[in-house]
Ligand binder design. Structure first.
Ligand code: OOB
Length: 545
């Protein structure tokens, strides 16, 4: 199938190449080159298991052969839903070696999300753990497989761990072990081009189910490298992946990829608790990690216990949602680190405070773009640029910001300006230094401590409850999450409570984090002058804390 993908123009592409941003190297080829350059250095640590660059490279070949044995090849999409374990990266690089395209699912995703990803991506395979966080992913995949039916694209389910009896699920271990070495692959990347899509990320979403974001080898490796430069990463850097590996922040800002591109070491943390993390910091000499704001108070408290030696840790990044200024000011001294705020998006643009920025910029802004070629516009409701210091919507384009979501042409017509700027839906103020302060949002999304919930998606599912006749999901300020979600519902008969609503949404196959934190019954939903649900008015109805 030929399809036109909205992408950068020839002139822009030439400019990004000339500037050195796009280097024309695929991820598969990069790993090969790293193995040649520093094969003996440790690339990856998961518990007691370690891989040098050379071993990771060999492992990628091995996984690639196994996947190729399943018929997976260049351009094929594969949904990867794995927790923070080394296998995420073994599978990821195995796919890169074939020129195949990982689709980054989140561990919390359930039947609706995974089924949707498989359909939209036309995925030929899914890779899942057996169980994770007391949830059976094989069960989930049985549901997805049944739903897709024989006519769907899905051919294989690969299970890391125990595949269970007689399912036709492929055990990851067997796939690794059985592939004979002499069966190739002969190439570093299945013949992929650096301008090809290397992976598909998920958008937080504002309309219905998540959109897929195509990221090319050229653009995504620049994303990682530009962040790595700002963070001054080198071969001595040790990155601790605390947030889910599938999350762009932990994967490439600079995260896993930035660290590997610098020749450093990636350590995966099985959970985000400060106890687990601090033990790994001590043992592995971690230098950099990244957090979402709700983790920050716990990390501060645990550091205060005085039992940990955090001497190696030099930078802690915080992003994904607004970090309260007070937490930003306490974090650095409490852990003895430099704090870096990160305002990024899976769609592209990454803003970082700089390591040598004065404390006020670090604590009260969300950073500035990592690339000199990131173009940022702050505009009013009519799309006209506003002066610095005035709040407006952030529009952006540049060498690693998408030009169109995957296979949603209709949506792309409104998600971008005619000249290719992505409409972020974020309301920001720009300071003369170029630093941005995130002051709000116009997109209909709730940011629950970094986890994004598209209001429309949940509202649609709420309406499938027999007692609910109208629903609006609204984000309200929350001490712990920054924002929590409140479902305002109009009901016939008895209104369901918060637990019943959560159970209903779970039953519908929706990820658990999308369940509302609160359910409030209202006689009717208030409307604005133009007849839209007035969410601001609804938020006002709640008692003030
Ligand atoms: C990151 O990526 P996404 O795609 O999950 O979410 C992007 C959205 C932004 O448009 C903004 O609304 C919000 O998350 N956001 C922030 C923020 N960082 C992200 N809002 C306020 N302050 C911040 N520091 O969340 C993401 C991707 C890469 C790096 C970091 C975060």
């Amino acid at each position: 199938m030929t399809e036109t993908r909205r992408t950068w123009s020839e002139a822009e592409s030439a400019r990004y190449r000339a500037a050195g941003h796009w280097q024309g190297v695929t991820f598969g080829a990069r790993l090969r080159a790293s193995a040649a350059a520093h094969g003996g250095r440790v690339a990856l640590v998961d518990g007691e298991r370690r891989w040098t660059y050379a071993e990771l490279d060999t492992e990628a070949d091995r996984v690639a052969r196994g996947l190729r044995g399943l018929g997976i090849g260049r351009g094929d999409r594969v949904v990867v839903q794995l927790p923070n374990r080394a296998e995420f990266l073994l599978v990821w690089f195995g796919l890169q070696r074939l020129g195949a395209v990982p689709v980054h699912a989140m561990p919390g995703h359930r039947r609706r999300e995974i089924g949707h990803l498989v359909r939209v991506a036309g995925a030929v395979a899914c890779v899942v753990p057996d169980r994770h966080a007391r949830f059976d992913h094989r069960e989930l995949m049985r549901g997805v497989r049944a739903e897709q039916g024989a006519g769907g694209s899905l051919r294989h389910v690969v299970v890391v761990g125990d595949p269970g009896p007689d399912e036709g699920f492929v055990p990851f271990e067997a796939l690794r072990a059985e592939a004979p070495a002499e069966s190739g692959p002969a190439t570093d990347d299945g013949g992929a081009d650096a301008a090809d899509v290397a992976l598909l990320l998920l958008s937080g979403g504002t309309t219905g189910l998540p959109k897929l974001i195509p990221r090319t080898h050229d653009d995504y490796s620049y994303n990682a490298r530009a962040c790595a430069e700002v963070c001054a990463l080198d071969a001595r850097s040790v990155y601790l992946a605390v947030l889910p590996l599938g999350f762009n922040f932990a994967f490439a800002c600079p995260g896993v990829l930035g660290t590997l591109m610098a020749g450093g070491t990636v350590v995966v943390a099985p959970d985000p608790s400060p106890q687990t993390a601090y033990a790994l910091v001590e043992r592995e000499g971690v230098t950099l990690t990244s957090l979402t704001p709700p983790l920050v108070p716990h990390w501060i408290d645990e550091a205060a216990s005085g039992t940990w030696d955090l001497g190696s840790l030099s930078v802690v990044q915080v992003g994904g949602a607004r970090l309260p200024e007070d937490h930003a000011r306490k974090l650095g001294p409490a852990l003895g680190v430099t704090v870096q705020q990160v305002f990024g998006m899976a769609e592209g643009l990454i803003n970082l405070t700089r390591l040598d920025d004065p404390e006020d910029l670090v604590c009260a802004t969300q950073g500035r773009p990592v690339s000199p070629d990131d173009e940022v516009l702050v505009v009013d409701a009519d799309g006209r640029p506003v002066p610095d210091g005035t709040a407006g919507e952030l529009l952006t384009r540049g060498p690693y910001t998408l030009r169109g979501y995957y296979r949603v042409e209709e949506h792309n017509r409104t998600a971008f300006t005619p000249d290719g700027h992505y409409r972020s839906g974020d309301v920001v103020r720009r300071l003369p230094s170029g630093h941005l302060v995130v002051v709000g949002r116009i997109k209909d999304q709730i940011n629950r401590g970094g986890e994004k919930v598209a209001a429309v998606e949940v509202e649609e599912q709420l309406l499938t409850h027999p007692a609910i006749t109208a629903a609006a999901l609204v984000g309200v300020p929350d001490e712990r999450w920054g924002e929590r979600s409140v479902a305002f519902v109009v009901c016939t008969g008895t209104a369901p409570g918060v637990r019943e609503v959560a159970a209903h949404l779970r039953e519908r196959g929706l990820a658990g984090y999308k369940a509302p934190d609160e359910v409030v019954r209202v006689p009717a939903l208030p409307l604005t002058a133009v007849g839209k649900v007035d969410k601001a008015a609804l938020a006002q109805e709640l008692p003030r804390p």
